[in-house]
Every structure is written in structure tokens, then in C-alpha cells.
Design a protein around this ligand. Structure first.
Ligand SMILES: [Zn+2]
Length: 131
């Protein structure tokens, strides 16, 4: 599998990847405006390469997420460390620290007609209000 870490900006994305089988890795920049990024991912799909893309959560990447879904790629979405807003699901108290993180895979999203897997990182918090 080709695992791609994507630093997403509105006009460009910086990617770094590693091939999990060969250990080969590299990085490059892909422009959005002239279709360079789209071509890059479509070429991988055409070659039958299994691809997973990791991206930090942002409101500006909806088209990119939709498009990766069309290509049936795996997408990991992470929150930026500094933007964490942790809330106890039991009482709504705001908490500073997570003591554990885990992943949940969401498959067959109804908003896409294509098969895709989105992996969302979730947090467990230890709330002083709960014993
Ligand atoms: Zn609580």
C-alpha cells in the first residue's frame, strides 16, 4: 500500500509517501488549479495501486475528500493537535487531555455512490465528574 501524508492547502498540497512493501519513500508538491494533483491520484488508481491518504481535518478539502472517494482510496482524517476541543460525552465538561486515542472506520458512506473508507481518530477522556 502507498501511504500518503497530505499537507493540504487550498491551491496546493505537499505530500510525502511511503510504499509499505518496498520501503521506498519520497515527497513532492501537487498543484490543484491545473489538475496536477488529480492526475497524480488518478494515475495511481489506473495502475491499481492501493492508496491510503492521511489529511488533517479542514473545511476546505471537501472536494478533495469526495474525489478520493470516487477513486475508492482510503482516507484518514486527523484533527490538528492544537485544535483539539475535547468534551466529555457524559456531562459536556471541557477537558484538556485525552488519555487514549483510537480509530473508527466508516464504510459505505451514504453520501457517496462509491465505496470508500474514512478513518476518523477518536479520543477517550477521563472526566473528574464521572466515577
Ligand atoms: Zn463528564
Amino acid at each position: 500500500m502507498l501511504i500518503i501524508g497530505c499537507d493540504y492547502h487550498p491551491s496546493v498540497q505537499h505530500i510525502a509517501w511511503i510504499d509499505s512493501e518496498t520501503g521506498e519513500c519520497s515527497e513532492r508538491q501537487l498543484r490543484h488549479s491545473d489538475g496536477e494533483a488529480e492526475k497524480f491520484y488518478r494515475d495511481l488508481k489506473a495502475k491499481g495501486v492501493k492508496v491510503g491518504v492521511g489529511i488533517e481535518a479542514t473545511g476546505h478539502a471537501r472536494w478533495f475528500e469526495r474525489w478520493l472517494a470516487e477513486l475508492e482510496l482510503k482516507l484518514w482524517v486527523r484533527r490538528k493537535r492544537g485544535n483539539r476541543k475535547l468534551v466529555c460525552s457524559g456531562c459536556g465538561r471541557k477537558l484538556a487531555e485525552a488519555y487514549d486515542t483510537y480509530e473508527r472506520e466508516v464504510r459505505d458512506l451514504p453520501c457517496f455512490e462509491f465505496r470508500t473508507t474514512v478513518v476518523v481518530e477518536l479520543y477517550r477522556v477521563r472526566c473528574p465528574g464521572v466515577d
